[in-house]
Design a protein around this ligand. Sequence first.
Ligand code: C2E
Ligand code: MG
Ligand code: MG
Ligand code: MG
Length: 299
Amino acid sequence: HADIAMYRAKETGRNNFQFYTPTMNEHALERLRIEGDLRNALERDEFMLVYQPQVNLRTGQIVGMEALLRWQHPQLGMVPPQRFIGLAEETGMILPIGAWVIRTACAQNQAWQRAGLGTLRMSVNLSARQFSQQDLVQSIAAVLQETGMAPHLLEIELTESLVMTDVDHAIGVLRELKALGVLLSIDDFGTGYSSLSYLKRFPIDVLKIDQSFVRDITLDADDAAIAMLIISLAHSLKLEVIAEGVETDEQLAFLRQHDCDEIQGYLFSRAVPAQACEQMLRQGKCLPPQSAQDSDQPV
Ligand code: C2E
Ligand code: MG
Ligand code: MG
Ligand code: MG
């Protein structure tokens, strides 16, 4: 195993091979360590979910939450998903972890509803391996049953590459999921390869404009054009559209002006632990009304 060979070479002091660089070694070590620790993280209860509000632009109110996975590593601290999801995917660990995510998110949503904090949508991200799992639909149905959550409140986020890899299979799975009554959205829309004709055939409900287009939406004419195109494409196909990564008032104003349905981003809130979400819901945190945003009057 190449990673281990490099590790040994370093250990015995024979670290002057031509291919050796400290960066590679550090990377390999981190990978080995994370892979090992990932196997025990679930039973050690080291995962947690944080939630990011999704806000309706017409009402200004929180209408949903996206559940985002965090790993509290005892030594490394908070490990972001980009550093372990890929590995979890390769090792298959994503299956039990993903199942935990769905169960925990649905249970949380039900708890909020029972506490009178509102009827919210809950979005969860699905990985490729989960999507091709035989009993995916059954296991989601079981979670809905167990938690008592209404199916139409669960939204499953998929990426373009995930549904475009095997289109016929994907359409079959998406139809089964739709039959359960859950909502389906395409995450990071515009960054992958997707054919417009398939988009029409997929039984999806929501497009999420990738944050890479939102970032310079008010500065870059191309990004603005792409965002506007996605909004009108979504509406033409009778889909909802939500913009990710909204950080500034200018981006918000642009999205309002161009009739985007919902936003998600640091401007309103980062992804935060359940308790902080509860506080937002109790306080009725919402966006300032549209008129104030669009007004030319000085404040
Ligand atoms: P994503 O699903 O596209 O989630 C959006 C990411 O953008 C989140 O990063 C979120 O914290 C971040 N974000 C939100 N608002 C802003 C903003 O205004 N500015 C900027 N710069 N970033 C913003 P996070 O939580 O680190 O997650 C990264 C990715 O990891 C997610 O992208 C998703 O693909 C994946 N992921 C997270 N949780 C899960 C999970 O439970 N299962 C799977 N399969 N993937 C997950
Ligand atoms: Mg997502
Ligand atoms: Mg995204
Ligand atoms: Mg992403």
